[in-house]
Design a protein around this ligand. Structure first.
Ligand SMILES: C[S@@+](CC[C@H](N)C(=O)[O-])C[C@H]1O[C@@H](n2cnc3c(N)ncnc32)[C@H](O)[C@@H]1O
Length: 216
């Protein structure tokens, strides 16, 4: 993600942080198949795992991870989203930072949880972000990615214009196989994968991919 693209994403989420946090307080948009993938991810991590919610937004998934035995913390590009994460979920540390350059030592986490947070990363920057997420995983740890399926870039500013916010925000759609191939190219075998058609009011198919950093 170029610095300019990252700045646009940060500015967009800063502008809509309160709207986002007030609209989605827990797992309102999630469907049972995704929630089952989260449970499967946690089950792969062992006892009391340290989990980085990478692109945590306003932190709505932190309590869900904690309720399943994880020790979660969050990081997000948007200071306003992090402000809401800290205010709404003070039990879990959340900091501002970029997925492309985490201020975290190598091999810190048992799990890295990226819930719709690589969706603003263009294809030509995605491998670098995936490598950075893998870097902070211990050998044997697991990475989960959730994203909308499809091809190409979509301008999703209109979603927020309907609520009175003028923002510039691009979302990149991709296939589960594309993401799996990228992960495997980084030496991370895929251990579980969900790809399904739209449910309810959704307009797009959705995917969740879980990969493992091989043990040494
Ligand atoms: C669709 S929201 C999802 C937020 C949260 N995971 C959730 O499910 O509520 C995308 C989030 O990813 C964050 N994000 C996007 N690109 C990022 C990057 N390069 N580094 C860190 N966070 C990023 C945004 O700031 C935003 O909070």
């Amino acid at each position: 993600m170029s610095q300019q693209e990252e700045e646009l994403t940060r500015a967009a989420y800063d502008a809509v942080a309160d709207l986002y946090a007030d609209t989605f307080t827990a797992t309102e948009p999630e469907q049972p198949p995704e929630l089952a993938m989260i449970d499967h991810f946690v089950a792969l991590l062992g006892d009391g795992p340290r989990v980085l919610d990478a692109g945590c937004g306003a932190g709505r998934m932190l309590p869900r991870l904690a309720a399943r035995g994880c020790r979660p913390c969050g990081v997000d590009l948007s200071p306003e989203m992090v402000r809401r994460a800290r205010a709404d979920h003070p039990a879990y540390p959340s900091t501002t930072g970029s997925l492309a350059d985490l201020d975290v030592a190598d091999e810190t986490f048992d799990g890295v949880f990226s819930w719709y947070s690589t969706i603003h990363t263009p294809d030509d920057h995605l491998d670098a972000v995936l490598a950075e997420l893998a870097r902070v995983l211990r050998p044997g740890g697991h990475l989960l990615l959730a994203f909308q399926v499809g091809e190409g870039a979509r301008d999703i500013g209109a979603v927020f214009a309907a609520h009175g916010h003028r923002v510039s925000l691009t979302r990149y759609h991709r296939g589960a196989q594309d993401v799996a191939t990228r992960l495997e190219g980084l030496g991370m075998p895929v251990v579980a994968r969900l790809e399904r058609g739209p449910l309810g009011s959704e307009q797009d198919p959705q995917a969740v991919v879980i990969a493992r950093r091989p043990a040494r």
